[in-house]
Design a protein around this ligand. Structure first.
Ligand code: UD1
Length: 463
């Protein structure tokens, strides 16, 4: 551990000596945990970010263009993606793909007190997001007779609770060696003057460093090495909040590999010009995502010759990322994506040691975003998929992208499976329909299994 006076000097020289205001009041234990926390802070980075905060000049506006998009045919369209699917299935069967969920966020908008993955979501049985993802992974493992590592990224804010939940559920039947927990790093926050905020007399205010932190966390945790040793070539990246996602979609895998892409993305056509999703586009000629809050009102409304929104490729945060691409980026154990800042209400101690709960945004959190790595990929594929088959996230407590809208989307999906099959079951009046991943993974799978007599009406749950 470095010398205490050295740390004090470093913080003072960086103009952040105020974090030690209460040092003399702390007992030995508190001092030692605080010291360890301070040693972890990348002060040069904080000084740089705080400096940028105070800059007044106008940043250059990047040039935005739509990205080339491949559109997946809908189930009722003639085009045959059968070959593509078989190719992707072969890659899965060969054990070359791992899954990776980012679940380190705090889910503040949903107002749920706990890791979002523990939130109950399925329409009939109320299975949690984690359980639902796990059941899909288990079903795919069984289907292809292959082990599929599942990496779960947590953050300091929810790591303990997430692991306890998985333990309590016996890892959803997944073998321990296939369940890999990694933790992303945390970042301090600053006030409008660029000063670090304290959460207590003996600790800084910290929050997760954004899902962009996942790439370095894969490296520093040793997970990347494990994946290489196991022959994994592709990492299927997804967010914990979308129960509709098609886990390890074989067509996406095949397309990404055919194009020798290093990082690829799935998108859906935006629901409306002001839908709160990022847009995959070309930013100064390179693939990237522009957040909805960064689109100008004109860009949001702009339409092409066919009347479609010009910036229509809504980011659903599903990516395929080559393992060796992450290895290249994080070589030497360092890697930085650009930091984005968010103006937030941050509870903190004031100079007199009083806890302040602000009613207006008072400080800045810094996060990096995984999609900023798209710019660094040698090739990238953007696949547009039907929203009703792949994207129904749980973001808000009520209204759009809420538990209710997400459950409805699951019900509609399963209702459509039953109605396009020959199963002797009327689900037209059911208010909720649920089909477990163990029964079928997608519509074609369901139709085929019904036709083969492998599915009974009792395999479909309704209420
Ligand atoms: C995100 C995307 C947006 C996309 C939308 C689709 C960003 C900045 N924007 O928006 O382009 O259209 O999803 O659903 O991501 N997470 C971590 N660690 C963190 C922060 C977040 O693991 O430090 C995880 C969360 O647990 C969650 C996911 O990342 O699984 C998304 O985070 P969230 O903040 O909800 O993103 P959105 O604003 O909804």
């Amino acid at each position: 551990m470095s010398d205490w006076n050295q740390i004090r000097r470093r913080f003072e020289q960086a103009g952040q000596g105020h974090v030690l205001t209460h040092w003399d009041d702390l007992d030995a234990d508190a001092r030692s945990t605080f010291q360890a926390q301070l040693e972890d802070v990348d002060l040069d980075l904080i000084v740089r970010l705080a400096g940028e905060l105070l800059e007044t000049g106008q940043a250059a506006v990047p040039k935005l263009e739509p990205a080339p998009v491949i559109r997946e045919p809908r189930p009722d369209e003639a085009a045959d993606w059968g070959m593509m699917r078989s190719e992707g299935e072969e890659t899965i069967r060969q054990g070359k793909v791992a899954t990776f969920v980012v679940a380190g966020g705090q889910g503040t908008r949903l107002g749920y007190d706990g890791p979002k993955g523990c939130f109950d979501i399925t329409p009939v049985h109320g299975k949690s997001l984690f359980q639902w993802h796990a059941e899909k992974i288990v079903a795919i493992r069984e289907r292809y007779g292959v082990s599929i590592p599942w990496i779960v990224m947590t953050s300091h804010a929810n790591d303990e609770a997430t692991r306890a939940y998985f333990d309590q559920q016996d890892g959803f039947g997944l073998p321990a060696e296939d369940l890999i927990f990694i933790q992303q790093a945390m970042m301090p926050a600053v006030d409008a003057a660029g000063k670090l905020l304290l959460a207590g007399r003996d600790r800084l205010f910290l929050s997760p460093n954004g899902h962009g932190g996942s790439l370095l966390a894969l490296r520093t945790s040793g997970a990347l090495d494990q994946l290489r040793e196991r022959g994994i070539e592709e990492i299927f990246y997804f967010q914990v909040d979308n129960p509709l996602l098609r886990m390890l979609d074989p067509a996406f895998i095949a397309l990404h590999r055919r194009e020798t892409a290093e990082m690829s993305s799935k998108v859906v056509a935006k629901r409306s010009p002001d839908e709160k999703v990022g847009v995959v586009g070309l930013i100064d000629g390179q693939h990237g995502v522009i957040e909805y809050s960064d689109l100008t009102p004109e860009q949001m409304q702009e339409r092409d010759a066919q009347g479609r929104l010009r910036y229509n490729a809504g980011n659903i945060a599903i990516h395929l990322i080559r393992r060796d691409f992450i290895e290249r980026l994080t070589e030497g154990g360092t890697f930085e994506l650009p930091y984005h800042r968010a103006h937030k209400k941050i509870p903190h101690l004031d100079d007199s040691g009083r806890l302040v709960e602000p009613s207006e945004p008072n400080g800045y959190k810094f996060e990096t975003f995984v999609f900023d790595a798209l710019r660094l990929a040698r090739h990238s594929v953007t696949l547009e998929v039907p929203r009703e088959l792949e994207f129904a996230p749980v973001k808000n407590a009520l209204g759009e992208d809420s538990p209710e809208s997400s459950r409805d989307a699951l019900t509609e999906l399963f209702r459509s499976w039953v109605e396009s099959s020959e199963l002797d079951l009327d689900v037209s009046k059911a208010s909720a329909v649920e089909i477990a991943p163990a029964v079928a993974l997608d519509r074609d799978d369901f139709i085929r299994r019904v036709a083969a007599g492998e599915v009974e009406p009792t395999d479909v749950s309704t209420s």
